[in-house]
Design a protein around this ligand. Structure first.
Ligand code: FAD
Ligand code: DHB
Length: 389
């Protein structure tokens, strides 16, 4: 088989890139290790930046999102008995949208299927060949049968555990990493959200986040120990702990119910450089991970897709390689700003096991400064709604 762009990974990055290329008549093939149902069953991000909304519109897949998504023009932050709001619209003129990653992925799969886009599921043993030549190709197995795709370019959209990053030689690749000493225990429940806006809570018992998917679907997270497993937490224990970490008036009106999903995610900051090697381009979680505080993971994947899509367009439409030649540099400049924001917001909101009284007082002072200071709120709002591409 032959294609212009071979995309490894059928998560949000790979699908969005494939759909955007399709709108410009650029052919692609997507290889996905899992089944479609498996990919759609993963509960992950829930807050979309304006840049991703625009990409969904450009890809022609925004109809359901515009109807069913919820625009949020601010968020609440609590600590001790204090609670304050950061107004995104006032400070930036923009909002974010609550629309789940599962819905984004579902819309993209539907569009790719409608356009007869080529997606191979259940692929195994994906190997990248000759990425540093003018004739790269990828081999893989499906149901025990060996296959090969020749292509102009390879987009590595295969997430943190994929093969693409590993294909870049170690003497070219540099990785930067920070592991946080806690995780997030998240649940999804068919209950109305406790509040119409998100609440990020710093409490003496650890971080909590009240989020949502729709009027009757809530997403809540609490900071937990890395040694915990979801089975250690009954639903009742989760709800009790959440109530202790959010302001009393919110805890009183919290509607609880059975969880329909419960999982633990570790927190990590990670960046690999460069994001391009020859004709291989890394996109999204394949190249970087942020701790989830501030919802930058999916959104930063989307900004990579923006730069790569435009670079490839320039190559095919204008015979210019400038966009792809500057891809790594442009993508990384924005990635590091998202890394900084996610690290800052995580550091501000969590209890660290080795935190001293001094560290705690500094955290409180920073929260108070954010509550009182419009410039600090503006800096937060600009990062939260998404820095311009
Ligand atoms: P992925 O979504 O990881 O997609 C990669 C795809 O490649 C997968 O479908 C995988 O099956 C496939 N693949 C892997 N290896 C191969 C291979 N060898 N061959 C073929 N296919 C392969 N972000 C937020 O903003 N907010 C959140 O609350 C949040 N929660 C998260 C919770 C968890 C548990 C995780 C892991 C991530 C979370 N994120 C969150 C981050 C966000 O979901 C990711 O940034 C986003 O999914 C990145 O999309 P992607 O397409 O780059 O990677
Ligand atoms: C969600 C996750 C986040 O990490 C975040 O900062 C906001 C919302 C969510 O899953 O809804």
């Amino acid at each position: 088989m032959k294609t212009q762009v071979l995309i490894i990974g059928g998560g949000p990055s790979g699908l969005l890139l494939s759909q955007l290329l399709y709108t410009r008549g650029i052919d692609s093939v997507v290889l996905e290790r899992k089944t479609k149902d498996y990919v759609l069953g993963r509960i992950r991000a829930g807050v979309l930046e304006r840049g991703l909304l625009d990409l969904m519109r450009e890809a022609g897949v925004s109809e359901r999102m515009e109807k069913e998504g919820y625009l949020h023009d601010g968020t609440l932050i609590s600590y001790d008995d204090e609670i304050f709001r950061v107004d995104f619209s006032e400070h930036t003129g923009h909002a974010v949208m609550v629309y789940g990653q599962t819905e984004v992925t579902r819309d993209l799969y539907e569009a790719r299927e409608k356009a007869n886009g080529k997606i191979e599921f259940n692929v195994e043993n994906v190997v990248i060949h000759d990425a540093d030549s003018d004739a790269p190709y990828v081999t893989y197995d499906v149901a025990g049968e060996a296959r090969r795709v020749d292509c102009d370019f390879i987009a590595g959209c295969d997430g943190f555990h994929g093969v693409s990053r590993q294909a870049i030689p170690l003497d070219v690749r540099k990785e930067y990493e920070k592991i946080y000493p806690f995780g997030w225990l998240g649940i999804l429940s068919e209950t109305p959200p406790v509040n119409h806006e998100l609440i990020y809570a710093n409490s003496s018992r650890g971080f909590a986040l009240c989020s949502m998917r729709n009027e009757n679907l809530s997403r809540y997270y609490i900071q937990c120990s890395l040694s915990d497993s979801p089975e250690d937490w009954t639903d009742d224990a989760f709800w009790e702990e959440l109530k202790r970490r959010i302001p009393a008036d919110q805890a009183e009106k919290l509607v609880t119910g059975p969880s329909i999903e419960k999982s633990i995610a570790p927190l990590r900051s990670f960046v690999t450089e460069p994001m391009r090697w020859g004709r291989l381009f890394l996109c999204g979680d394949a190249a970087h991970i942020v701790p989830p505080t501030g919802a930058k993971g999916l959104n930063t994947a989307a900004s990579d897709v923006h730069y790569l899509y435009n670079g490839l367009r320039d190559y095919y439409e204008n015979n210019s390689s400038e966009g792809i030649d500057t891809y790594s540099q442009k993508a990384l400049a924005r990635v590091w700003k998202a890394e900084r924001f996610s690290w800052w917001f995580s550091s501000l909101m969590h209890r660290f096991p080795d935190q001293t009284d001094f560290d705690y007082k500094i955290q409180l002072a920073e929260l108070e400064f954010l509550r009182e200071n419009k410039a600090a709120q503006q800096a937060m709002a600009e990062n939260y709604v998404g820095l311009p591409y």
